[in-house]
Ligand binder design. Structure first.
Ligand code: BG6
Length: 495
């Protein structure tokens, strides 16, 4: 986010898990985009580490295919050739010591220039984090402190205890300034825009509290399933760990935080942590009143029949892993006490869309309607984050014609103004920040820790029974019942 170059760019960018899903769909394409934008330091090499056996040639073919799949005929052959030249590939088992000796030898190969910065990007399943961190230290990669950086993907731990262990293990070998905890939602332009929307407009901020807001909905819906990710998703993921504990909690904090003293990273994080600390903990025995979990069953996606979660390759036939979660939270502070925040996310839902919807209270006097007040649509603000990015304010105006009737109109403002303002992938911004050594958009451990404190009682309660796991047909908006709303006039906005 900042324009400052804090430390020199790395000469080696090492990707653990380079043949995995994240590298394929996000990291490699985003690095290519940075190459195209001329933002990768000229002498930076990229070392791809993976389990699959590849010769140098077959790796380059794989890379070519990854770019083709993502960009089709928009791949520029000259840029792709320049990008490919940066790569070397090394296969092996990251749980074996020999792997790190070979890594060391590879990184010690003579090269031009005197740069000694290295980025280690851990795009691997969480259960391997500790192993890799310990081996990296054992083989001397945690030094020099100022120059080597380690990027840790979410989920950071699988519960509070494992998150704390992981953090201890990181701190045993690396300084905080070397550690980059990624939540790519913070790299999304529309998420950053939320801060501007809230704190650069006097129109909004005075209404943004319990006096005017009835409730808040945060939805991150995806129409696709888990694909080939069962190994991660079924064992250490699930909608709660994979999405709600991190991405949706980050969205919640940005919606609910107080204005920071400045826009400096720590000032913003301090305010976000205050929100997380004020979240009311749901007692284990009340979890089913506040949280719904479910798995998709057979249904449709983009008009085609698709199978259910239990039939996805690699999923345990006894699995209780949720592919959908909806939860109600309260923030017990001066601004938000009593206002429910409804969060939901799921795979194989009706469409792929992320939004934040704010429902306002009814006006105190009922002047223009014959109907009961609670049948009248209140004002809403919708913030659509993706795939389209716009703000929508729903207000009442007089309906033309006889009588004093009202109707709802939407004031719609698009986030992008011109055709040439192309959306920037979140990972692109974050990868550039890692390369430049700018930590502004990365997570501090107390954010992770406080988010786990709220989520922990829920996953503990879930571990005791499977009886509450609902089903929903793929292509729908999740299970019809039970619902978690406080009032009969609250419901999910699905438009
Ligand atoms: C990842 C999750 O962190 O975020 C995925 O592991 C999810 O399961 C993805 O699909 C969503 O990211 P985005 O940027 O496409 O909304």
């Amino acid at each position: 986010m900042s324009n400052q170059e804090t430390i020199p760019g790395p000469c080696h960018f090492v990707i653990f898990g380079a043949t995995g899903n994240l590298a394929t769909i996000k990291l490699l394409p985003c690095l290519y985009n940075l190459e195209a934008a001329g933002r990768i330091p000229g002498d930076m090499s990229i070392l791809a580490l993976g389990r699959q056996d590849h010769t140098h040639e077959s790796w380059l073919e794989h890379l070519h295919k990854v770019l083709q799949d993502k960009f089709g005929n928009k791949v520029d052959p000259a840029i792709a050739a320049r990008f490919a030249k940066r790569f070397a590939y090394m296969s092996g088992d990251l749980r074996e010591a020999d792997f790190y000796q070979r890594l060391k030898d590879k990184l010690a190969e003579p090269r031009e220039g005197s740069c000694s910065n290295i980025v280690f990007y851990l795009s691997i399943i969480p259960k391997d984090f500790n192993t890799v961190i310990n081996f990296l230290d054992e083989y001397g990669f945690s030094q020099p402190r100022g120059l080597h950086r380690i990027v840790v993907e979410k989920p950071f731990g699988t519960d509070l205890e494992t998150a704390q262990q992981l953090n201890r293990s990181l701190h045993k070998h690396f300084d905080e300034e070397q550690i980059y905890r990624i939540d790519h939602y913070l790299g999304k332009e529309t998420v950053q825009n939320l801060l501007v929307y809230r704190f650069a407009n006097t129109l909004i901020e005075p209404l943004w509290n319990r006096n005017y807001i009835n409730h808040v909905q945060i939805t991150v819906a995806e129409d696709f399933g888990i694909g080939t990710r069962a190994d991660y998703y079924d064992k250490s993921g699930g909608a709660m760990r994979d999405m709600l504990q991190n991405h949706l909690m980050q969205l919640l904090t940005v919606v609910a935080m107080e204005p920071p003293a400045t826009m400096e990273a720590d000032a913003v994080r301090d305010e976000k942590v205050k929100v997380l600390k004020s979240l009311r903990i749901i007692p284990e025995d009340k979890v089913t009143d506040h949280v719904v979990r479910a798995q998709y069953t057979a249904g449709t996606a983009k008009g085609q029949p698709v199978h259910g979660y239990m039939d996805e390759p690699g999923v345990d036939p006894e699995s209780a892993t949720e592919t959908f979660v909806a939860a109600k939270f309260y923030i017990d502070n001066w601004r938000w006490r009593g206002v429910p925040f409804y969060l939901r996310t799921g795979k194989r839902l009706a469409k792929t869309e992320s939004s934040i919807s704010i429902r306002f209270r009814h006006p105190p006097q009922h002047l223009f309607h014959n109907e009961e007040l609670d049948h009248i649509e209140p004002n809403w603000i919708h913030l659509l984050l993706q795939p389209t990015e716009h703000m929508n304010m729903e207000m009442h105006v007089r309906a033309p014609g006889l009588g004093m009737n009202t109707r709802t109109v939407a004031l719609n403002a698009s986030y992008r103004q011109a055709e040439d303002e192309k959306p920037l992938e979140a990972y692109q911004a974050l990868l550039l920040d890692v390369i430049r050594g700018d930590k502004t958009l990365f997570i501090r451990f107390d954010e992770v820790e406080w988010a786990w404190r709220v989520v922990d009682p829920i996953i503990k309660a879930w571990a005791k029974t499977k009886s509450d796991v609902q089903g929903y047909p793929a292509g729908t908006w999740g299970p019809e019942a039970p619902q978690i709303f406080d009032c009969h006039d609250q419901e999910w906005r699905n438009d």
